[in-house]
Structures are given as structure tokens and as C-alpha cells.
Design a protein around this ligand. Structure first.
Ligand code: FAQ
Length: 310
């Protein structure tokens, strides 16, 4: 079959809602888009361990410390399933790691902001994991089997993460005036960056049309952002916290919350490597890579020895 016929057969399988598996024929553009997206997602999970990892030694109780440790470890696991999903497309994990460390690869904008107080742990679980769930329940139904299955498992764990975050915030918001103020301050700092996690508005999203044609994405960035806002506003009201947007208003006609303009200039600065904490995040990943060198050497020597004995 020539490529034109293969493409038609591929697109009719997508149209019929079939799942594409690693050994199936796929157009190069589909493979390229998936490698880009899955690897950015994997890097986000790995870099995403840093802001919360920063608070493990300072958690306010042993219970909170154990929960935070487990959460950060889950994020590492997500990174590993996602790198494995990317490898099914014929790319080496080593190559992806190098792209991250050289600053060539993108990872989620949200992880380039600092975590300044314990309330940030609650807010990250509530907003960042909450946003990730809205985005990834869609991706769990995407057309590429290994990525869909990875997201299914990730979403189950993220939903626990979100609950633990909201629980921290509920405790702080119902605590002393200082604790409530700390929760409000974290909400003020994380709200808009969390909304920008969904990516630019649809007209400034060059990848969306192709991703939606191939059912990698089933919904546009704007629709998902709106869904997240609609879900989160009542949660903020329930704990008596204010979302930092004077234009936030329920629209009876559309049944959605209207919201104010986001700072897209800031977003593009952050994803170009010039956000508040980009430099620190890459520095930490490079150090981790260097510190783990002896483990990689030992693992390779062990594998080599087993090969010789086999
Ligand atoms: N950050 O054309 P679009 C998590 C880039 S995991 C950085 O709209 P697309 C778990 C985009 O790559 C969070 N860059 O792009 C956790 C593109 O640049 P390129 C990560 C962004 O792909 C929780 C350009 O802008 N989740 O949080 C961002 O159609 C707590 C134009 O944009 C995923 O990666 C951004 N926010 O839509 C861990 C999910 N937005 O590549 C620890 C998978 C856009 O052409 C603690 N990815 N860009 O040079 C996706 O769903 C999509 O890729 C979007 C972007 C929605 C992120």
C-alpha cells in the first residue's frame, strides 16, 4: 500500500474510535506530535517533583510528611510510565533526558514558580493536580493506546493527590487567622499560573488542530480551562477563600464562570526559559543526573556481567 492509502486507512481507524498501537502504521506527523507531547508530559512530572520535594523536610507533622513523600514518589512513577510510552514510538529515553537537561525540551510552565509556604503544598494538590486531572482524563481517551493507558493510571493517582491538597487547604482555611491568610496568599499566587497550564487560547495554539484531527486531544485548551474554573470556583467558595480575579462572575446565559484576561506575556517568558525558577529547576535536575552517575555505571556493569554469565 502506498502512503496515501495507508494514511486514509489510519484516519478511518481514528474516525471509528479505534486505538493505535506501537506496531501499527502511523504518519510521521502523528509520531512526532506524540513524542513531543508525551516527552513534555514526562519531563513535567519529573521537574514537578522539585517544588513539593522542597517541603518534605518541613512538613508540619509526620502524617503530612508521609503523604507528601508518597505523592512526590507517585510523580516520579508517572514520569517513568510516560517515558516508557514515548519509547514505544522509537525514541530513546537517554535522548529525551538530554533534551530536558540542555534546555531544549519544554515542561509545564507551572513548575517554574517557587513554593514559599506550606500552604503551597495544599494549593498545588488542589489546583495543579486538579488541572492535570481535567487535562488527563481527556488524554486517557486519546487515540494512542500506550499514552491513553498511562494517563488512566496517572489520573487515579492524581485524584488522590488533589484530595490531599484540598484537605490541607480546608484545614488551613478553617484554622487560625494566620493560617487562613497563608492559604489565601498561596491561592493568590497559584491561581493564574494554574489556569495557564492549559496552554494558550485556541487561536494561539498551533498544535491543537492537528492533535484534534488525530484524536490525541479531544478538546481544545480553552474548553478545558473553562471546565477547571467551573469546577474550582465552588470549591473555593466552600472553604471561604477568594480567587484573585475581580472579573470572575457567573454567567447565567452560558452556565459558565467568566474570568479576566491572563498574562500571556508572562506565560511565553516562562516557557522560553525565563520564568522565576527555570534556572533553579534545570540546575537541580542536572545535579541529580550527576549524583546518579555511579548508580548508572553500577547498573550497566551488573547487566554486562549477567550477559557474560548467560
Ligand atoms: N507549559 O499548541 P499548544 C502535572 C507550549 S503534569 C509549557 O497549545 P499543545 C502533574 C506547547 O508545548 C502537567 N509549555 O500546545 C503534576 C507548544 O510548544 P511546542 C503537564 C506549554 O501541545 C502535578 C506551545 O506552547 N501536562 O501537572 C504549555 O497543543 C503536581 C503552543 O501550545 C502535560 O504535559 C505549558 N503549560 O497543548 C506533577 C499533559 N502549554 O511544543 C507534579 C500533556 C503550551 O510546539 C505535581 N500535554 N505549551 O514548542 C498537553 O495536554 C498539551 O501539550 C498542552 C499544550 C495542553 C500542555
Amino acid at each position: 500500500m502506498d502512503d496515501e492509502l495507508k494514511l486514509q486507512a489510519f484516519e478511518s481507524r481514528i474516525g471509528a474510535g479505534e486505538t493505535i498501537e506501537p506496531k501499527d502504521w502511523m504518519p510521521e506527523g502523528y509520531r512526532r506530535q506524540l513524542i513531543r507531547m508525551i516527552s513534555q508530559h514526562a519531563h513535567s512530572e519529573i521537574v514537578g517533583m522539585l517544588p513539593e520535594g522542597n517541603w518534605i523536610t518541613r512538613a508540619p507533622s509526620l502524617r503530612r510528611k508521609m503523604i507528601l513523600l508518597a505523592k512526590v514518589q507517585d510523580e516520579a512513577g508517572h514520569g517513568l510510565y510516560l517515558y516508557s510510552a514515548a519509547e514505544t514510538l522509537g525514541v530513546e529515553r537517554q535522548e529525551l533526558t538530554e533534551q530536558l537537561l540542555s534546555g531544549k525540551a519544554k515542561y509545564s510552565s507551572i513548575f517554574n514558580y517557587p513554593t514559599l509556604s506550606w500552604a503551597d503544598m495544599g494549593t498545588i494538590g488542589w489546583f495543579v493536580d486538579g488541572a492535570a486531572i481535567v487535562n488527563q482524563t481527556m488524554l486517557a481517551k486519546c487515540s494512542y493506546g500506550p499514552y491513553a493507558r498511562a494517563n488512566l493510571r496517572i489520573c487515579k493517582e492524581e485524584s488522590f493527590h488533589k484530595k490531599q491538597g484540598y484537605e490541607i487547604i480546608t484545614a488551613l482555611a478553617g484554622g487560625t487567622p494566620e493560617q487562613k491568610m497563608m492559604a489565601q496568599d498561596a491561592v493568590n499566587r497559584w491561581w493564574k499560573p494554574s489556569l495557564m497550564m492549559f496552554g494558550p487560547g485556541d487561536k494561539d495554539s498551533p498544535n491543537s488542530a492537528e492533535l484534534m484531527k488525530w484524536k490525541i486531544k479531544l478538546k481544545g485548551n480553552e474548553e478545558l480551562r473553562q471546565r477547571f474554573i467551573d469546577l474550582t470556583v465552588p470549591q473555593a467558595q466552600a472553604v471561604g477563600l477568594t480567587l484573585p480575579d475581580p472579573e470572575l462572575r457567573y454567567n447565567n446565559e452560558t452556565g459558565h464562570w467568566n474570568y479576566g484576561e491572563l498574562d500571556w506575556k508572562e506565560f511565553f517568558e516562562v516557557i522560553s526559559g525565563r520564568g522565576p525558577y527555570n534556572r533553579e529547576r534545570l540546575k537541580a535536575r542536572k545535579e541529580a543526573r550527576r549524583n546518579g552517575e555511579w548508580v548508572r555505571i553500577a547498573a550497566e556493569a551488573y547487566a554486562e556481567k549477567r550477559r557474560m554469565l548467560a
